[in-house]
Design a protein around this ligand. Sequence first.
Ligand code: SAM
Ligand code: SF4
Length: 348
Amino acid sequence: MPFDDRSRASSQAHPAAGLIDRFGRKVDYLRLSVTDRCDLRCTYCMAERMTFLPRRELLTIEELVNLTSAFIDLGVQKVRLTGGEPLVRHGITALIEQLGQQVARGRLRELTLTTNGTQLARHAAFLADNGVRRVNVSLDTIDPAKFTQITRIGRLEQVLNGIETARAAGLRVKINTMALRGFNETELPDLVDWALQRGCDVSFIEVMPMGEVAADDRLGQYWPLQEVRTLLERRLTLVDTDFNTGGPARYCDVRGTEQRIGFITPMSRTFCAGCNRVRVNCRGELFTCLGREGSRDLRPALRKAPGAPRIQQAIHEALSCKPAGHDFAYGAQGVAGAVSRSMNHTGG
Ligand code: SAM
Ligand code: SF4
């Protein structure tokens, strides 16, 4: 679907100026989804029976490298690989190796991943050797039975093993946890204790209405993070801080520890005014907003003239349509502004 460009205005057209949208927001962060496939089936993310894209539709590793280079030339400083599950993508090590060289050459400040952790034990040392310093691991519970329930097919032990291997390899691990009413309400304090004991920060995330999950389920799952904070404060002293990683989380220091807890509140308190990111999915579609339907297909430019100004021009044109923010909201009447793409299609 093309962008809604009724209010088209140009973004900064000079590459040296970097990517600045029409609201003056500087975009220097690319989240690159390298596959829509996954070895888990988290209930809030995807359907049990998924039809994934035919492999021929995926950008090749070379195209992913060329595309990322074009973004780096335009001033992108941070790249996060995501998916689907990035570590199940065929050829992922070749991609990481090449992007790691961009880090080594000082062209990229940070290369990182969001992963479900199932393949981390196998890849952690390789990641650490190729420019990755920290990873986000998504983990919603440390109860083995509930882990299998929420992921439909996952084994908690495999993920915990991956986390330990990553830490042993010197990677910093942040835990990303969906706050899901009726699922992990009672156990979040234990999960936080578990993470703090291992020197891991934790970020909580509010569930967003994306993909084919019944609106009633979404409403039932939604748990505003202010309530989560209140719950945690029964056991911990949380001190607000200005620390930020350039992302949407608001952080608190946990008194008496070196750790922080982050709150990512797309629903209860939007952060669109400070948005610094765009997403490209594994088909080469550029999404300038996670919560809007529009996208720009970068493949034609990528395939006609890889590495050439054509890709940069396409990126600038797409950026000129980056919306002010998303429209989704939960209310008494139901869920508003939901988008049909599931998270694994866009890249979370
Ligand atoms: N498979 C990897 C993982 O789980 O970390 C990377 C992709 S996953 C789509 C990225 C993040 O999106 C995960 O932390 C997941 O919890 C989150 N996510 C999935 N569906 C979501 C939804 N509907 N609302 C908010 N976050 C969601
Ligand atoms: Fe897979 Fe990540 Fe979606 Fe879970 S959240 S199904 S691990 S892509």
